[in-house]
Design a binder for this molecule. Structure first.
Ligand SMILES: C/C(=C\CNc1ncnc2c1ncn2[C@@H]1O[C@H](COP(=O)(O)O)[C@@H](O)[C@H]1O)CO
Length: 289
């Protein structure tokens, strides 16, 4: 005998469900009321759910919806990893659903702290507009600083301005120039969207967040997880020392290969960034045809 038999709930008609079941049984089976009527002794309440057969006390009169909506109880399970997996999945579903039909796009990164009076802000705004005019949507982190500037330039030029925000310990809202936005809980789900829905990356001067995004992009290109994917650094003077360090330290000690230094380009010219994106796109289509 299977152990499952021990799990069959007893006929406890003091519970609401059991009372409803008993009522249903009486309605469908007058035999259960003591009134045998025209029914044979073989007539019992039963329910089929696909291949499953339920009879007598196992037949529930409540619906799945009703049980979902009526249920109350301990809520500890919402803090467990299996539940988090569902939330993570929902971020991918939302992101894929929102961005699947975006068209050609460029992801732009840079400092959240760049103020509107800084020259980088004006350059980022100009880039957003230039990309929009060239038919690209822009994707940013949806925050302040460089992100806001890019979204502003793109939106004002009539382009598609996307912001992928991130929940942070302090209050954070999508900047006013985001026209399509999602607020993510998980960095890794958000990062997938930056790569999956862009044809290339532009990186403005920034701090840890920006460097994280830059090096993630370079790693993806280096390991050929993404192909024909330009990574362009804006403002040579800011990046100069870091690039020198990659040459003098990383390359000299054999931590990267000489060709890895070709995985990114550097420019001070916003229009050149757009040209680089267009050339990469043409190369991609050329390779595909
Ligand atoms: C620091 C402040 C707000 C931070 N808000 C952010 N909103 C959205 N995305 C952000 C935010 N901060 C960092 N990021 C991501 O990292 C990059 C910028 O990081 P950095 O350390 O400033 O260089 C950026 O590209 C975003 O994707 C309050 O002003």
């Amino acid at each position: 005998m299977s152990n499952d038999r021990a799990k069959v709930p007893p006929r406890d008609e003091s519970s609401t469900d059991a009372r409803q079941n008993a009522a249903a049984r009486r309605q469908a089976d007058p035999a259960s009321t003591g009134n045998h009527g025209n029914h044979t002794n073989h007539h019992v309440v039963e329910k089929r759910r696909g291949p499953v057969l339920l009879r007598r006390s196992q037949v529930s009169t409540t619906t799945t919806d009703q049980r979902l909506l009526d249920s109350r109880g301990p809520s500890d399970w919402v803090h467990t990893d299996p539940w988090r997996v569902l939330r993570i999945t929902s971020e991918f579903v939302e992101g894929f659903g929102l961005l699947a039909e975006l068209g050609a796009a460029v992801s732009v990164f840079g400092s959240a702290r760049t103020t509107p009076d800084h020259p980088d802000y004006a350059a980022a705004e100009k880039l957003g507009a230039a990309l929009a005019r060239a038919g690209y949507a822009v994707i940013t982190g949806g925050g302040p600083g460089v992100m806001e500037a890019v979204n502003k330039g793109c939106s004002e030029a009539g382009g598609v301005s996307v912001g992928l925000g991130i929940e942070l310990p302090f209050e954070q809202r999508l900047n006013d120039w985001v026209d399509i936005g999602i607020q993510f809980r998980y960095f890794f789900a958000r990062k997938t969207m930056f790569v999956k829905y862009a044809q290339g990356f532009v990186v403005f001067p920034g701090g840890f967040g920006t460097l994280d995004e830059l090096f993630e992009a370079l790693t993806l290109v280096q390991t050929r997880k993404v192909t024909s994917f330009p990574v362009v650094l804006y403002r040579e003077e800011y990046w100069h020392d870091l690039i020198e360090w990659t040459r003098r330290r990383m390359l000299d000690e054999g931590k990267i290969s000489p060709e890895d230094l070709d995985l990114f380009s550097v420019t001070d010219d916003v229009d050149e960034i757009v040209e680089i994106m267009e050339r990469a796109e043409a190369a991609r289509y050329g390779a595909a045809s």
